[in-house]
Ligand binder design. Structure first.
Ligand code: TGC
Ligand code: FAD
Length: 388
């Protein structure tokens, strides 16, 4: 029996530093997340002190330069961190990837030096929590039709509109919000909790990502000082650049969830006996397990190569779309098959599989749906956009 989840010896392609980082995050997840995450998800509770804890292990803004409080690591390290966090729960990876790729990245890339100095160190430490508002009630896959607007006034702008399905909105101190200006250009706005007219109602009754808070961002004529506008971008390229980074991290993260499901199913299959034999001895169960490790291995190779390209600034958005779509679908399929191997035991919280499966139903939709990423590939290979 070979229980390794490194079937093609991928570790040989990592540096000593990568292996140490991965091990440190793995230990953090085993110590601080696994013992409590099932109860957090079952009861829809926060994980106490999650963001400062993620900050302490360098999981917030891993690739942001040390000068601004980040860890100054490479893209491979970022991917490995996301993988280990999502082996614990997609909500933990979501928290880290929103803060890193959707809040710190735009402030670092499109912000002024004053904005970087003001926000990035506390975001990296997890003492300031950020969220990212692109999706609206009537505009999800097509953010170009967004209705949230800013209009100029003395000393700044007035922001009106509404964002929906926003990870960490109810607990965020700041929101990176994308809104159209009077010329129809998409601008990045830093909205701070406490600004008059800004509220963040929580979205309840979720069956997915229950260890993470989701909510709305409501802007009722909020005054935004000019100093809170990101100066470096005036187009959808702003939010989409953030998504490139977050989608890359998701392509790695879901491998962690898949590995956790696979390992759980393998352990169960070799010990659970029916008809006087371990269920792992039946060909149908072996087929499931063999296909799981095959698909996990293919996803590992895809994300490893993507990290190399990304580090060289050579990863095209279309390649990132392919990896996000493939790997999330892979993880969902692994979770569904793994749950079946556990029979009735697969539906209870004593095992992580059902929780991963339900989480992945969000991951397959957010950061661009499964279908949208397929159409991005279709556009890339045919030169014909199916969106219009
Ligand atoms: P299009 O006309 O193609 O482009 C508009 C402008 O954007 C630029 N651009 C990109 N730039 C960087 N990276 C990319 N991936 C880019 N894609 C496009 C493009 O060059 C152009 O720039 P400019 O300066 O010339 O204006 O855009 P479109 O409106 O036709 O959009 C096409 C489509 C469908 C692919 C896009 O809208 C899309 O990706 N839709 C999916 C929406 C989405 O992913 N939303 C995610 C919301 S955030 C979220 O879900 C967080 S979950 C967090 C968690 O909990 O982990
Ligand atoms: P729609 O766009 O209405 O799509 C519905 C269906 O139609 C999908 O299957 C889609 O693939 C399909 N479809 C749409 N257009 C086409 C087309 N042209 N061709 C073929 N099929 C099409 N957003 C944020 O901005 N920030 C966040 O932090 C955030 N966090 C989230 C957290 C959770 C838990 C969830 C579930 C979502 C979150 N989102 C966030 C929103 C997420 O990005 C959107 O849900 C997603 O982009 C899809 O938008 P929609 O739900 O409006 O679906």
């Amino acid at each position: 029996m070979n229980p390794a989840v490194d079937y093609f010896n991928m570790d040989a392609l990592l540096t000593e530093e990568h292996l140490l980082i991965r091990e440190a995050v793995r230990q953090f997840v085993e110590r601080d997340i696994i013992p409590i995450v099932d109860q957090s998800a079952q009861h829809h509770l926060d994980i106490p002190g999650l963001m400062p804890k993620l900050g302490a292990i360098g999981a917030l803004g891993p690739y942001i330069p040390v000068k601004y409080g980040g860890a100054g690591l490479d893209q491979m390290a970022y991917g490995l961190i996301m993988q280990e966090l999502e082996a614990g729960d997609s909500a933990i990876r979501s928290a880290a990837s929103v803060q890193s790729s959707l809040v710190m990245y735009p402030i670092y890339t499109f912000g002024s030096e004053e904005q970087r100095i003001k926000y990035l160190p506390s975001l990296a430490a997890g003492t300031l929590i950020g969220c990212f508002g692109l999706t609206e009630p009537d505009h999800g896959s097509d953010p170009s039709a967004m209705e949230t607007k800013i209009r100029a006034t003395e000393g700044g702008y007035i922001l009106t509109g509404r964002k929906m399905w926003i990870t960490n909105a109810p607990i965020a101190d700041i929101a990176v919000v994308w809104a159209k200006d009077e010329g129809g250009l998409v601008r990045g706005v830093l909205v701070e909790r406490g600004m008059t007219g800004f509220s963040t109602p929580e979205t309840l009754n979720k069956w997915s990502l229950r260890a993470s808070k989701t909510g709305e961002l409501v802007f009722d004529e909020v005054f935004i000082p000019s100093a809170n506008i990101l100066p470096g971008v005036k187009s959808l390229r702003g939010p989409f650049s953030c998504l490139n980074s977050a989608r890359f991290g998701i392509s790695w993260g879901v491998i962690g969830a898949a590995i956790d499901c696979y390992k759980t199913a393998l352990r169960y299959a070799v010990t659970r006996e029916q008809f006087g034999k371990p269920i792992a001895s039946f060909q149908l169960q072996q087929k499931k397990l063999a296909e799981m490790i095959t698909e996990i291995t293919k996803a590992q190779l895809l994300s490893w190569r993507l990290a190399v390209l990304k580090e060289q600034d050579q990863a095209r958005p279309e390649q990132i779309s392919m990896a996000k779509r493939n790997n999330v679908a892979m993880a969902l399929q692994v979770a569904r098959e793994a749950r079946q191997i556990l029979g009735a035991m697969g539906i209870v919280g004593d095992y992580p599989i059902m929780r991963h499966m339900m989480n992945l139903e969000s991951v397959v939709t957010y950061e661009g749906t499964h279908d949208i990423h397929l159409l991005i590939t279709g556009n890339d290979i045919t030169g014909i956009s199916a969106f219009q």
